[in-house]
Design a protein around this ligand. Structure first.
Ligand code: PLP
Length: 402
C-alpha cells in the first residue's frame, strides 16, 4: 500500500525495504498538492505561546548557537527534572537520568537501539503510532501485537480496551520491552491505572522494560488522569519515559524530545543518541526552559482548548456519516467509514483529499495487518477553529451531495 518502487530499490538494505514511507507525512504532501484541509498530520496550525518564541529569539541573539552537551543542556535538563517532579512527583536526576533528543521520535529509536537486540520481542498495542513498526524493524526486534478494540457496538470516550489474556500471551521468554503510548495516538485512549498495573505486573514477571511515549500527557479530557507507569511499584528501574515539547507547547518543528530512564539505561541511550544526532538544537533547549516554567493555568487551558475542538468537530463527522470513537485524550479521532463507502480506507482517503479536499490518515497505517484498518480513518483536530470549520463546510457539502 502506497509503496513507491524504483530500479534502485534493490540497492536498499533488507531493513529499509521492509517498511514504506510514512503515510501520515505522505498525506500531508497530497493535502498540499490538492489544496486540501490537512487533518492528517498532527501539528497545530496556530502559533505557539509568544513568550516561548521570544525566548528562542533571545537565545539565538544571546549566542546560544553552538553544540549543547550531547545529552542535553544542563539548564534544560534541570528544568525538565523540576517540571516532571512538579506534575508527577517523580524525582529525576538531571545529571544521570535524562537524555535530550531530536524529538520524542529520536528518543524512541535511540531507546530501542540501546536496549533491544535482534531477535528480541517487543510488545506493541495496535492500532499504533506508525513509527513504532519501522522502529522495531530498524533494531531487528520482532513486534508482538496486542489489539485495542472499541467496546462492542459503541463509540464514546474510553471505549478502547484490550483482552487481558491476549496481553498475557504476548509476553514470553524473548520479550525485552513493551511499548506503550498514553494518551494514545490514534485511538485517544488513556490507559487507566488498573490497566497500567496489569502491564507493570507482566513487565516485572517477565523482567522486561516499559518504554512509554507520553507526548500527549497534558491533553486529557473528561477528568481522565495521566498515570506514569514509571511511578508504579517496581517500575521506576525498568521504565524509559519518553516525551517532548512538540505537542504540549505547540512546537512540533523544534524537534526537542527526551528520554527519562535509570542511570544504566540512560548511559546506553546517551551513547546511541550521540552517534545518531550529536544533540538537539541548543537555542531551542534554552527556550524550552521558559516553556517548562509556564504556570499550571497554561496546561489547563491547553486541555480545555482541545476538548472544545473535539466537541466542535466530532459532531460534524457524525453528521457527515462517520461513526466516531470519541477520544479521552490526545488530539485525534478515529472514525469508521463503513456506513459511507464500499471503498477501503486508503482508496477513500485518496478520494477525500481530492474531493471534498480534506486530508485524513487511512487506518491501515496503524495496524500490522492492513486489513484491520480498512474501514477506519484518523482525523486530527489540532487546528484553528476556522480550519476545522472549513473542513466541516467541505464535509457537509460532500455528505449532502451523496
Ligand atoms: N509519538 C506520538 C504518539 C506522536 O503522535 C507523535 C507525533 O504525532 C510523536 C511521537 C512525534 O513526536 P516528536 O515531534 O516529539 O518527535
Amino acid at each position: 500500500m502506497m509503496k513507491s518502487g524504483s530500479a534502485g530499490a534493490a540497492r536498499l538494505s533488507a531493513k529499509a525495504r521492509l517498511f514504506s514511507e510514512s503515510v501520515i507525512r505522505e498525506m500531508t504532501r497530497h493535502a498540499l498538492a490538492h489544496g486540501a484541509v490537512n487533518l492528517a498530520q498532527g501539528f497545530p496550525d496556530f502559533p505557539c505561546p509568544e513568550e516561548i518564541k521570544e525566548a528562542a529569539c533571545r537565545a539565538i541573539r544571546g549566542d546560544v548557537n553552538q553544540y549543547a552537551i550531547t545529552w542535553g543542556a544542563k539548564g534544560f535538563r534541570e528544568a525538565l527534572a523540576a517540571k516532571v517532579g512538579r506534575f508527577t512527583g517523580m524525582q529525576v536526576d538531571p545529571e544521570r537520568e535524562i537524555t535530550v533528543t531530536c524529538g520524542s521520535t529520536e528518543a524512541m529509536i535511540a531507546a530501542l537501539l540501546a536496549v533491544v537486540d535482534p531477535g528480541d520481542e517487543v510488545v506493541v498495542f495496535e492500532p499504533f503510532y506508525e513509527n513504532y513498526g519501522p522502529d522495531a524493524i530498524l533494531c531487528g526486534a520482532t513486534p508482538r501485537f496486542v489489539s485495542l478494540r472499541p467496546a462492542a457496538g459503541e463509540g464514546g470516550a474510553g471505549a478502547w480496551t484490550y483482552d487481558p489474556a491476549e496481553l498475557r500471551r504476548a509476553f514470553g521468554p524473548r520479550t525485552r520491552a513493551v511499548i506503550l503510548n498514553t494518551p494514545n495516538n490514534p485511538t485517544g485512549k488513556v490507559f487507566t491505572r488498573a490497566e497500567l498495573e496489569e502491564i507493570a505486573a507482566l513487565c516485572v514477571e517477565h523482567d522486561c522494560l516499559a518504554i512509554t511515549d507520553e507526548i500527549y500527557e497534558h491533553i486529557l479530557f473528561d477528568g481522565h488522569e495521566h498515570v506514569l507507569i514509571a511511578t508504579l511499584p517496581g517500575m521506576r528501574e525498568r521504565t524509559i519515559t519518553i516525551n517532548g515539547l512538540s505537542k504540549t507547547y505547540s512546537v512540533t518543528g523544534w524537534r526537542i524530545g527526551y528520554a527519562i530512564a535509570p542511570p544504566a539505561l540512560t548511559a546506553g541511550i546517551r551513547k546511541v543518541h550521540d552517534f545518531l544526532t550529536v544533540g538537539a538544537a541548543a537555542p531551542l533547549q534554552e527556550a524550552g526552559i521558559t516553556a517548562l516554567s509556564l504556570p499550571d493555568a497554561y496546561y489547563h487551558s491547553l486541555a480545555d482548548l482541545y476538548r472544545a475542538k473535539r466537541d466542535r468537530f466530532v459532531p460534524v463527522l457524525e453528521r457527515a456519516g462517520f461513526r466516531c470513537f470519541a477520544p479521552s485524550g490526545a488530539y485525534y479521532v478515529m472514525a469508521d467509514i463503513s456506513g459511507l463507502t464500499k471503498l477501503d480506507a486508503t482508496a477513500f482517503a485518496l478520494e477525500l483529499v481530492r474531493d471534498p479536499g480534506v486530508a485524513v490518515v487511512p487506518g491501515p497505517s496503524f495496524f500490522s495487518k492492513p486489513q484491520d484498518g480498512r474501514s477506519l480513518v484518523r482525523f486530527c483536530f489540532c487546528k484553528r477553529d476556522e480550519t476545522l470549520d472549513e473542513a466541516a463546510r467541505r464535509l457537509e457539502r460532500w455528505a449532502s451531495s451523496r
